[in-house]
Design a protein around this ligand. Structure first.
Ligand code: UN1
Length: 506
């Protein structure tokens, strides 16, 4: 598969999925690998008018797909899961090359896709409605869930394929078609997934052409998707700034938004914490994916009694962590996605210093890494207070450390930022852990105990509150956002009683 050069490696990988050379060469959008900065492809992007036509195809597909029995739709997703299983190595490698995450994380991302397919297969036989006791004699009151229409998916570079699958696997079993606009930074993994999906469509008699549509393009293409009334649901993952625009435009036409935006996730380390366990979780949460997960650990709130012990160990881990090209060696931290990410990181670190912070690490790495990639040592920043850059999400490996003395204070700090995605507490004191997960504890969509903030399983609903956008994807009953609820009141008697005892005798 490898021939020594990254562009050849990529061309070889894309060929295994059946992506033709015409799809990844000769286009106007240059795709660079963050590993080396090399150009690995040039893809063709569509114009907004092409997007409108493609949405029409997806809408036609929806009209047919909604009539296919849900368990058959589940069978389609089962086959998609099989394709992903068979191509896990190649797709995981492509994700690594295009997004820069280390190989085990690239493979883990594909595993998340497989997991959500498995989940969706079971779900296809469990799209349950309810029956309620009617207040009227000889009446039945019930609800059913119907397919909603075309689901738009806008995804970010950091999870270039898994985010699509959390939405698409559910949407497919729910009877919807999917139109996907991936990040401009990661079109190749999207092309690969689209090719695998088309393979399944081709051999599944009931699957219509247009069931899964990929739109490569920039902001205008995303806007065409967001503004099209044939798209009742748009799931968008990315920055809070992007989500604010998408949310408002959708609201203006009464479209449904599933928003998964910025996180500023914190962990509290209490006096009774198992520090060995906490250290491993913190290291992965803060430095994994080079700090570029929505769930990345960005703030560590440490009790004063364990602060010095934990922070001195963390400093050693930060100074020693292996940084490098994820394709060779055993690097745990790969490159940042691009130069702009480093600039943002550097600015945040300057602001932290100006606010009285002490920065350990954070330097650009040039030795032992490919010259064209943006490699950086993760930064550990001891802060006197939760001020300045600490309340913002900087998509880079920066962990701000704060000290606390009472749990109330720690929870107030944890909740004292505009974002509300993920959180955790390290404590072996039940009173503390249960308080943290209670109504007056963490205000986040995810609140973990003795675990880090990142690395959620697909079985739970994924998403968060406040500026994170409020959307939920993936497991639990997140599927309901991909369907429309219909309430049915059925009179099987001969009288015409009105609700609430109203009389209207004509
Ligand atoms: C994201 O960062 O966009 O919980 C999603 C996690 C992953 C998903 C992250 N399962 O870290």
């Amino acid at each position: 598969m490898t021939s020594g050069s990254l562009p050849n490696d990529v061309a070889g990988l894309l060929a295994t999925f059946g992506v033709s050379a015409a799809d990844h060469s000769g286009g106007q959008r240059v795709v660079r690998s963050p590993l080396t900065g090399e150009t690995i492809a040039q893809v063709r992007e569509v114009a907004p008018s092409d997007a409108t036509t493609a949405i029409g195809r997806a809408h036609d597909a929806f009209l047919a797909w909604r009539q296919v029995p849900a368990p058959r739709r589940g069978e389609f997703v089962r086959l998609l899961g099989e394709e992903l299983r068979a191509n896990k190595e190649a797709l995981g490698r492509l994700v690594t090359i295009e997004a820069g995450k280390i190989l085990s994380e690239g493979l883990g991302e594909v595993q998340e896709m497989i997991d959500i397919c498995d989940f969706a297969v079971g779900l296809s036989r469990q799209l349950y409605g309810l029956t309620m006791g009617s207040e009227r004699a000889d009446h039945r009151l019930m609800e059913q869930w119907h397919p909603v229409g075309v689901v738009g998916v806008i995804s970010a570079f950091n999870f270039p394929v898994a985010v699509w699958s959390w939405n698409a696997a559910l949407a497919f079993v729910c009877g919807d078609s999917v139109v996907w606009k991936p990040s401009e930074k990661t079109p190749l993994a999207a092309l690969a997934v689209q090719a695998l999906t088309e393979r399944v469509i081709a051999r599944f008699p009931e699957a219509p052409e247009g069931l899964s549509v990929l739109l490569l393009g920039g902001r205008e293409v995303g806007e065409a998707l967001v503004d099209d009334t044939r798209v009742p649901v748009v799931s968008a993952t990315g920055s809070t700034a992007m989500g604010r625009i998408v949310g408002q435009r959708l609201a203006a036409r009464f479209g449904r938004a599933i928003l998964e935006l910025g996180g500023n996730n914190a962990s509290i380390v209490a006096p009774s914490a198992d520090l060995d366990l906490a250290l491993r979780a913190i290291a992965f949460g803060a430095m994994g994916t080079a700090g570029q997960r929505c769930t990345t650990l960005r703030r560590l709130i440490v009790h004063e009694s364990v602060y010095d012990r934990l922070v001195s160990r963390l400093k050693r881990v930060y100074a020693a962590v292996s940084i490098g090209n994820p394709l060779d060696g055993d690097a745990l931290v790969g490159p940042l996605i691009d130069e702009a990410a480093f600039t943002a990181m550097d600015e945040a670190l300057s602001q932290a210093r100006a606010a009285g912070g002490t920065v350990h690490g954070g330097e650009r790495q040039t030795a032992g890494v490919p010259a064209g990639g943006v490699y950086v040592r993760p930064a550990l920043v001891e802060m006197p207070a939760q001020v300045g850059p600490v309340v913002h999400e900087t998509f880079a490996p920066i962990l701000y450390v704060l000290k606390y003395s009472t749990l109330d204070e720690a929870i107030a700090l944890q909740n004292g930022v505009p974002q509300g995605l993920s959180s955790s507490i390290f404590s072996t004191d039940m009173r503390e852990t249960d308080r943290f997960t209670s109504a007056r504890g963490s205000d986040c969509g995810i609140a973990n105990v003795n675990m880090g903030s990142s690395g959620a399983e697909i079985g739970g609903a994924f998403g968060g509150e406040k500026e994170t956008g409020g959307g939920r994807e993936s497991g639990s009953d997140a599927w309901k956002a991909y369907m429309r609820r219909q309430t049915n009141a059925i009179n099987y008697g001969h009288a015409m009683p009105l609700a609430q005892g109203v009389r209207f005798d004509i």
